[in-house]
Design a protein around this ligand. Structure first.
Ligand SMILES: [Ca+2]
Ligand SMILES: [Ca+2]
Ligand SMILES: [Ca+2]
Ligand SMILES: [Ca+2]
Length: 432
């Protein structure tokens, strides 16, 4: 066993829209190409790079061989951080051990976790292997590395990256349109073989009430207004090192005329059965991965809010499987945009208050809502939780069903329960 994989990683990797925009500005030119220190690119190298393929080994003259050291603070974390090739978090040449394979086009199976049926690269996999050392398991991710869909013109069906398209997108920010939507099965960025996400208009309900909480303790998760002053998100978003801390700022309706609205999180209530340690080490407590948050301004009175429904309790498991789901969240790879799915489905209902789904979700989507629609009304039936490793098969994506928190909702809205109140003994039994 390497370790359990869960979307709590989103806490480490989630980026605020501001930070993402900053990253985009910092992107180097001709990103992903061999080091500019190397010989000038041949047209063949350039065309291979544009197709997402690394230069052939040996294509770079020895005089231009990549060299350097591991003095960067992000050295040896398994991810190449060299500017022009990787994330750009390190000075050029100071992340040598993580970068040299990618620069020289050496994709191999040298990791000890190679050929175990699970992708172990950072980002796309468990992170147990260095990039480019788990080739057979990670498959065709070469053209996905260091690219995203953060451009304003992403997901519009036209490649807008410079060189290939009209250049209205920065390098490497219009991935789906420039490299296609097919995705390998079994990677953590899980699109079930195909990325079907679209951008949502956050000036329009219900997308206007799906926002993001930037936590004071670090990290960010998606959260949704379900009452004038109440949000629903995932418990793992407010839990770290055995402590619960929900303090943070909720921002929503980014595209609203007049700008986004924001409020402070001032209280929370999560499952009495929540246990971070057990959640992180087993699959036993996924049904408790929910948290109600209270904010200090009635944004729901201004913007409206969605409803909540126990879909399995009210419709039964069979009809629930047929329901069209609407999901949206602040995925790590779509920049400042709210991205999501129109018409994905529950694929299995579990008795522990969870369900598996086929909605395209990734890091940053933690806490994001799965909704059903009735006319103009939307009802949250679950929130995004984690994914389960499934060697030999695609990852299993787990959402926490609303049935778990519905019994507490009225009491939390009314202020009868919360972080400063004693725990109720059970559903519907708040303390006197
Ligand atoms: Ca690194
Ligand atoms: Ca592997
Ligand atoms: Ca585009
Ligand atoms: Ca898909």
């Amino acid at each position: 066993m390497k370790r359990r994989v869960w979307i709590a990683a989103a806490l480490l990797f989630a980026v605020s829209p501001l930070a993402a925009a900053q990253d985009a500005r910092d992107e180097p030119a001709l990103a992903g190409a061999p080091s500019p220190d190397a010989e000038r690119l041949s047209s063949r190298d350039l065309s291979r790079w544009l197709q997402g393929k690394p230069p052939k080994p040996g294509a770079t003259p020895a005089a231009g061989r990549y060299s350097g050291d591991d003095t960067c603070q992000w050295a040896n974390d398994g991810e190449c951080d060299d500017p022009g090739i990787g994330t750009g978090a390190c000075e050029r040449g100071t992340d040598y051990s993580d970068c040299w394979r990618i620069v020289e086009g050496v994709e191999d199976n040298s990791c000890r976790w190679a050929n175990d049926g699970e992708c172990d690269e950072p980002g796309f996999g468990t992170g147990a292997c260095t990039q480019a050392t788990d080739l057979n398991d990670c498959g065709e991710i070469i053209h996905l590395r260091f690219r995203n869909d953060s451009c304003e013109a992403a997901f519009d069906g036209v490649c807008n990256e410079p060189g290939v398209g009209d250049g209205t997108c920065a390098e490497r920010t219009d991935r789906a349109d420039c490299t296609g939507r097919d995705r390998p099965m079994g990677i953590n960025d899980h699109y079930f073989g195909h990325d079907d996400r679209v951008f949502m208009d956050t000036s329009v309900f219900p997308w206007s009430v799906i926002g993001q909480v930037d936590f004071d303790a670090g990290g960010a998760c998606t959260a949704t207004l379900i009452a004038d002053t109440v949000l629903i998100t995932a418990s793992h978003c407010i839990s770290e090192d055995g402590r619960l801390d929900a303090r943070g700022v909720f921002r929503t309706a980014y595209a609203r005329e007049g700008g986004p609205l924001e409020a402070r999180v001032i209280d929370y209530f999560n499952s009495p059965d929540w246990d971070e340690e057990r959640f992180s080490s087993t699959d036993d407590l996924d049904g408790t991965d929910w948290a109600l948050l209270r904010i200090d301004r009635p944004l729901g009175a201004e913007l409206g809010h969605v409803g909540a429904r126990g879909l399995i309790d009210t419709a039964g498991a069979q009809r629930a499987l047929e329901a069209e789901l609407f999901q949206a969240g602040y995925s790590w790879d779509t920049g400042t945009h709210l991205s999501g799915n129109l018409g994905c489905h529950i694929v299995e209902v579990f008795n522990d208050n969870t369900m598996a789904h086929n909605c395209d979700t990734t890091r940053g989507d933690s806490g994001s809502p799965f909704m059903v629609r009735e006319g103009d009304e939307y009802f949250i039936v679950a929130t995004d939780s984690n994914f389960r490793s499934n060697p030999g098969g695609p990852m299993i994506y787990i959402a926490t069903r609303s049935e778990g928190w519905l019994p507490y909702l009225d009491d939390f809205i009314a202020g009868r329960i919360g972080n400063d109140s004693p725990r109720p003994r059970g559903p519907g039994k708040p303390p006197k």
